[in-house]
Design a protein around this ligand. Structure first.
Ligand code: MD6
Ligand code: FE
Length: 200
C-alpha cells in the first residue's frame, strides 16, 4: 500500500487486497437486498446517473425537496446496519471512537458520473469522510473549497480508500468518468463507492 496526499485528500492506494474487496462485495449483497439501489433526482428535477442506497442510522437522499439525510429508505423501511467489515476501515484510518452514522453506497454503471460537489449536509465538519472504491477505475477530480479554479485529477482503482478531512473537508470533488469494464470485481461491471460519514 502507498499513500498519496492531493490537496489534503489522503489516498491509500491498494488499501484493500483482492480478498478484502471480494469480502466487502459479499457483505454488501444483503444491504442491497434490503435497501435496493434507487436513482435520486436533484432539487431541480434532473435524474442522477449514479444509483444510490445507504446503510446506517442515516441515509442520504435527494429529490424535489433537496438533499438531506433520512432515517429510512424512500420505499419506507429503515436502512440496514453498516457491516462490521466496513466499520473496521473507518476505525483503522481515522482512529476515532465515534463511528459513522451513514454509509452511502453509490453505484456507477456505464456512462455514470458525479458532478463537482461539496459534502456539506452533515452537522459537524470536524469529522472526516472515508471513501472506498470497488470495481471499475474512476477519474476523481479535486478542486478547491470554493467552486471553480484549477483542479487535479487522480484515478481511483478498486481497493483504494480516500480520507477527506481537516482543511480538505469542504473541498469540491467529483467523478468525471469511469473505465467501464476495467475490473472484474462486480459480475455486471461498474463501480461501487462507499462513503462513511458522521451525520449528526
Ligand atoms: C465517488 N466520492 O468516489 C464519489 N466524497 O464516487 C465522493 O463524493 C467523495 O470520494 C467525499 C469524500 C470522498 C469522496
Ligand atoms: Fe462527495
Amino acid at each position: 500500500m502507498t499513500r498519496v496526499t492531493i490537496r489534503g485528500f489522503d489516498i491509500y492506494k491498494g488499501y484493500l487486497d483482492t480478498g478484502a474487496q471480494t469480502r466487502l462485495i459479499e457483505v454488501l449483497r444483503p444491504v442491497l437486498k434490503s435497501a435496493p439501489l434507487f436513482r435520486p433526482t436533484t432539487a431541480r428535477g434532473k435524474e442522477m446517473s449514479v444509483r444510490m442506497t445507504s446503510a446506517g442510522t442515516h441515509g442520504w437522499v435527494s429529490d424535489r425537496r433537496g438533499y438531506r439525510y433520512e432515517p429510512a429508505h424512500p420505499a419506507g423501511a429503515g436502512w440496514p446496519a453498516i457491516p462490521e467489515e466496513i466499520l473496521g476501515i473507518w476505525r483503522d484510518l481515522t482512529g476515532l471512537e465515534r463511528l459513522p452514522d451513514s454509509c452511502l453506497v453509490n453505484y456507477y454503471g456505464e456512462g455514470a458520473r458525479m458532478g463537482m460537489h461539496q459534502d456539506r449536509d452533515e452537522a459537524d465538519f470536524s469529522y472526516p469522510v472515508v471513501s472506498v472504491s470497488l470495481g471499475d477505475d474512476a477519474l476523481f477530480r479535486i478542486g478547491n473549497t470554493t467552486r471553480g479554479g484549477k483542479t487535479e485529477s487522480v484515478w481511483l482503482n478498486s481497493g483504494d480508500v480516500a480520507v477527506m478531512g481537516g482543511p480538505a473537508r469542504l473541498t469540491y470533488h467529483g467523478i468525471d468518468r469511469i473505465r467501464f469494464g476495467s475490473s472484474r470485481l462486480l459480475p455486471k461491471g461498474g463501480r461501487i463507492n462507499l462513503t462513511l460519514r458522521v451525520v449528526t
